[in-house]
Design a protein. Sequence first.
Length: 187
Amino acid sequence: MKRLAGFTLMELIICIMTIAVLTAIALPSFNDFFKRYKNKVKQRELFELLILMRNRALNEKRSFTLCPKKRLANECSSDWSDGALLFADENGNGKLDSEDQIIRYLGQTEKGASLSWNAFNNKGFLIYKPTGTTPSQSGNFSFCPESGEAEYGWIIILNAIGRPYYAKDKDGNNIVENGSGVELTCQ
């Protein structure tokens, strides 16, 4: 009698069990990686927008403004979570006027996440002057994910001359600190 090639039932059960155990071990790590990656993509998008904004202000010798975008309209609002508008601000007033040209959009955050801008002058927008600096607007953008877990959030800091940089976790607890050393808090 000729033996047919294939797996026995026992071999198949052992193979399935091995795959199940490996999946159970890898899944939490993969979920953590995915959460961090998804939030870092938004951080990188905003960071690159700030670099673009500063470079264009310097190169074109014009003012550029970044303001929170009103949902479903090309107008400035107060909620950064709905996205943002980057525009050439011809009169430097921080408002989107009819003669101002929209350069780029920052997409909205995922539902339930929050993005905020905190600066020393408490204006609801960010402006770069033709010198590539901000008028007393050093501060930071803070992002908290929908889950409210601060370890998955991030901060982008603008220093006194307008250069953006990523906040770091200086104490090793997986939560970044702003320029003053205060940890990100999410509700």
